[in-house]
Ligand binder design. Structure first.
Ligand code: GLC
Length: 361
């Protein structure tokens, strides 16, 4: 079985980190990664000995045709094309139809195809899954139900898996002030950085927010806007922008952090940082939307808040500060459960059974 993993971007976001994990555990005779761009992801993939084809963008009239032929060549000889994004799926489908290719096509859905994230275009895109024989996989039950409500076909939920070797318990955080809150995600309007900054401005205790991540997909205007907000609210001493953190598990284990906050204002399809925080034993506060409640057990582990309720974020922060002790104990408990649920072993087993089925189907 020869598998060609394919995604449209070469930037490193959550979907791409999850792709790396997949590639590492997939068992097959030959594997390669095809990217429709060139960027940081290439070096990351190569550090895991993956064979990578990157695309160097030009800007001529024939760019579209150049991409098609690049993909046709890159997919040649492979039994399965495993698309890791919606765009990748559409490109792979086009290549398959235009050039009568026989490869099996997999579409790993990591975006929630709901009305919040996508307009009516989602209907024909999801519906196409019923007509093209594509095999679908979802990163959470939420992603699955959103896809099915938009006329997409059913498929398997495979949760992300994490390399436990990289995670160790955070032993450095203590309860001295300031209370340190970390946000780990790309900078984007729906990831909630602005809401957290505003909430922090209203708190009357000493906090520090570490904003990790960068605007990856053209969200620079939003980034400038939140930087301005920090100045206007006079929070320069309290809000630090750290940019992309290259090794999140190490950062979480070695930095003084009292709380990881995940504040997406729209349903998050999965939410890697919630698991990553739990795996380092750091308390988490997260939006009770999308796939997050599947990951973080509402009763015992994370403090879930309602981002649509105006004051809930602020209320949640106050609660987390005042319950520091008990949250830390719960975080240690979460660590244990997470190690089973999101292990590489689970991922390895489910993905390889799935790949075999697709291949033999
Ligand atoms: C996408 C989703 C994110 C998820 C990641 C990995 O980036 O937006 O929620 O954690 O894929 O599946």
């Amino acid at each position: 079985m020869k598998i060609n993993f394919f995604t449209h971007t070469a930037k490193c976001g959550g979907a791409e980190f999850s792709l790396i994990d997949l590639i590492r555990v997939a068992e097959c005779e030959k594997k390669k990664v095809t990217l429709l761009d060139s960027g940081d992801l290439v070096a990351k993939l190569k550090s895991f000995d993956a064979e990578v084809n990157e695309f160097h963008r030009g800007n001529g009239y024939f760019e579209f045709i150049r991409k098609l032929f690049y993909l046709k060549t890159s997919f040649k000889g492979y039994d399965i094309v495993y698309s890791n994004s919606n765009r990748a799926y559409l490109w792979a489908l086009l290549v398959k139809l235009l050039f009568f290719k026989r490869f099996k096509l997999i579409w790993h859905l990591r975006d929630a195809m709901d009305g919040n994230h996508f307009g009516i275009i989602r209907y024909p895109v999801c519906l196409s899954s019923r007509l093209t024989g594509v095999f679908v996989v979802f990163n959470s039950e939420y992603t699955r139900s959103a896809f099915r409500s938009s006329f997409g076909k059913d498929g398997l939920v495979i949760y992300n898996g994490f390399d436990m070797k990289n995670f160790s318990t955070n032993e450095v955080s203590n309860q001295s002030s300031p209370y340190k809150i970390a946000m780990i995600s790309r900078i984007s309007p729906w990831k909630g950085q602005k809401e957290v900054i505003k909430a922090v401005a209203n708190l009357d205790f000493n906090v520090e927010v570490l904003v990790c991540g960068a605007p990856l997909f053209g969200e620079d205007e939003y980034y400038n806007e939140i930087c301005r907000e920090v100045e206007i609210l006079n929070l320069k001493d309290k809000v630090k922008f750290l940019g992309n953190v290259s090794n999140v598990p190490k950062f979480l284990a070695e930095t003084d952090i009292n709380l990881v906050i995940h504040a997406s204002t729209l349903p998050e399809p999965f939410g890697r940082c919630v698991v990553e925080a739990m795996l380092t034993g750091i308390p988490v506060m997260a939006s009770n939307l999308g796939g997050v409640p599947e990951i973080a057990n509402k009763d015992s582990f994370a403090y879930l808040f309602d981002p649509l309720e105006p004051n809930d974020l602020e209320r949640g922060l106050k609660f987390c500060v005042s319950s520091q002790q008990s949250l830390m104990a719960k975080a240690k408990q979460a660590d244990k459960e997470c190690r089973n649920k999101f292990s590489y072993e689970n991922l390895r087993e489910s993905i390889n059974v799935f790949l075999r089925n697709v291949y033999e189907n």
